[in-house]
Design a protein around this ligand. Structure first.
Ligand code: PGA
Length: 252
């Protein structure tokens, strides 16, 4: 019922020519993938070039962030209509690196999510607990707070365009991951929370991803979980072969 989605978060990597090269190396490797959606999220300057490279393929392009206003005096910021015009269909919102290094909180995440929906972009909402929070047993509580605050004021009609990525902060870029069953438990909890907010039917259509140190070796275990509909991949998305192996993984 839910098409699995594998999204590449290139973070602050790749100049325009490097991004074009990576996209053109990747596209033939995933050209025969029909049952999974693939999204590439390069840095802002490379968006239009990667979107042009992906035109005519099944691979979509997403941005890594956006501003909540459509335009205005916000030096350095990029708006949802700009992303759309650059060829984006998706946008990552609330990544833990944005929260940690750029002072984003659940209130700004909420505004950004609303702006993405308003423009017709599909947001990939990131949330997850830190190691300290996990050790205190706060994982579910924290994730629910982030989910509910991000979605405050968002109507049920929007929800089928929502993607949520559960990314434990301690798993990002560290090589450590929860076991797939632990990730499944949190993701299933998030789906129940969505069902409580919007009803089981809309909640059943939301794609819930796992993110944090995903590799070709461990992806199959995550994808085998009933509520995990794909992955948000950082480091392992920077090499075409590695990312293609993740996209084409067999479910274990
Ligand atoms: P990682 O990053 O795969 O390098 O851990 C994931 C992410 O931050 O989305």
């Amino acid at each position: 019922m839910r098409t699995p989605l594998i999204a590449a978060n290139w973070k602050m990597h790749k100049t325009i020519p490097e991004a074009e090269a990576l996209a053109s190396e990747l596209l033939p490797l995933v050209a025969d993938v029909e049952d999974r959606e693939v999204v590439l999220c390069p840095p802002f300057p490379a968006l239009a070039a990667v979107a042009a490279a992906c035109r005519g393929s099944r691979v979509a392009v997403g941005a890594q962030d956006l501003h909540w206003e459509a335009q205005g005096a916000y030096t350095g910021a990029v708006s949802a209509p700009m992303l759309l015009a650059a060829g984006c269909r998706y946008v990552i919102v609330g990544h833990s690196e944005r929260r940690r290094y750029f002072g984003e909180d659940d209130a700004t995440v909420n505004k950004k999510l609303a702006a993405a929906f308003q423009a017709g972009l599909k947001p990939i909402l990131c949330l997850g607990e830190t190691l300290a929070q996990r050790e205190l047993g706060l994982t579910e509580a924290l994730c629910e707070i982030q989910l509910r605050q991000a979605l405050a004021g968002v109507e049920a009609g929007r929800i089928e365009n929502l993607v949520v990525a559960y990314e434990p902060v301690w798993a990002i870029g560290t090589g450590r991951t929860p076991v797939p069953e632990e990730a499944q438990a949190v993701v299933a909890f998030l789906r129940r929370a969505l069902a409580g907010m919007y009803g089981p039917e809309p909640a059943g259509r939301v794609r819930l991803l796992y993110g944090g140190s995903v590799t070709p070796e461990n992806i199959g275990g995550f994808m085998a979980q009933p509520d995990i509909d794909g992955a948000l991949v950082g480091g392992a998305s920077l090499k075409a072969e590695t990312f293609a192996a993740i996209v084409k993984c067999r479910i274990q």
